[in-house]
Design a protein around this ligand. Sequence first.
Ligand code: MRU
Length: 479
Amino acid sequence: MTDPNPAVQPGDPSGQDEPAAEAELAELTPAELEAEALLEAAAALDGADVGRRKFFRQFAGELFQSAATVVGAAQVLQRVSAEAAGALLDPDSVATTGRVDPPAPPTGFRTPFREEPGHLYILDQRKLPDAVEEYDAKSAAECAYAIREMIVRGAPAIGQVAALGLALTAQKLITTRPYARRATLRGAANALRNSRPTAVNLGWAVDRSMAAYAAVGDLSEDGVAIAAAMRAEADAIVFEATEDHGRLARFGLDVLPRPEDGPVRVLTHCNTGPLACGQFGTALGVIQAAHHDERPIHVWVDETRPYLQGARLTAWELAQAGVPHTLLPDVAAGHLISRGEVDAIIVGADRIAANGDTANKVGTYTLAVLAARHGVPFYIAAPMSSVDLATKTGDAIPIEERKPNEVLFVRGVRIAPPNTDVRNPSFDVTPAELITGIITDEGVLAKPYKRSLAKAMKARDTRRAAAPSFAALATGTDG
Ligand code: MRU
């Protein structure tokens, strides 16, 4: 039997260089870009106490780090964002010294990908925490491979990688004939959609990118316009995720219990940090915000067999951020919950149906039943981009079944006799009635979720329609 985590790097020699894009990006007006978004970040701050101000200053720094990564002018934006953040949050410091300390380095988290013209360097999460290696994706096809093989994983992150992959391929097809371009892009979109079935963010991001293509005209001769439109849509998806997850974290803080006699003890399952989300985590984003808010917190980290996202990725991210945590075998959660050692459970989501039934990493349903049995609050933390109103209930959510080898091997070591029969469902569904609340970028939603999810989706669409688009922010134009 072969090791399920081989160090595979399929090559694609035909990557195209993009000097034009670089020159264009260098003309951006950083001050206009962040003035808009800082106002957005600061708006979220009014009345917040010192801990939150410190946290959101770092978040603001990271927001512009991500924007800088997207628009390619990191150092300039970071220095100017530090000044603008300081001016907004601490006018005195600027008045007296004029010098503002650079924002603290990102809170120990690594983003799942970084870009250079024609390249999407994806952090190979199969190799973490032992090795930090990157997979060099230059096309949608390679992004589909990276998603299928879980080089990158986590619902929001795979959506972003899919959109960036389509933008890379569209860039390569600038001079290609319209019919050939359409066939290639449609083929690439299907390959991405079929790379993993459960996370709704994947199809959602592909649909947005292909809609941007169709808006230019899928038989248009103008390859430059098509590539630019798909690029702008991918940037918007990445940028919006950072904002939405930041909002979600803030709302999540409001429901986190405040025990008098010690740290709040939060149990989490799988990995929902920046590695899974782009810039800012969801369930782990709430935990990150509490830590920065200097609220005493201790995290129980489920190892999350068979792929060990908890042991390998969540423990790694929490260690770097200095958040107190303890790793436990998934099967030990019931014991801790029954002994009153867990104050709340917060997990992510791959797809939330219209009635609130939620698909997440396998093992989540078990935790929800235990939480209900012992009266422990059980929260789902997920952006509205993970809500699928077209899927009425959890029964209709496709559940991925993955390779037996992921169960038969642990880090390359066989743990069961050869030819042992295996079931490896990667997700399960938690019925809405077992969910205490759904923490989103539109607030913490309560039952009945059919109504609160529909209302929140409208609110999100209204907010998005009112907010300056990323393309407008990037070019400093209205609209
Ligand atoms: O198989 P994975 O690692 O992609 O599963 C990820 C999860 O189940 C996460 O909890 C979910 O995608 C939310 S990530 C914010």
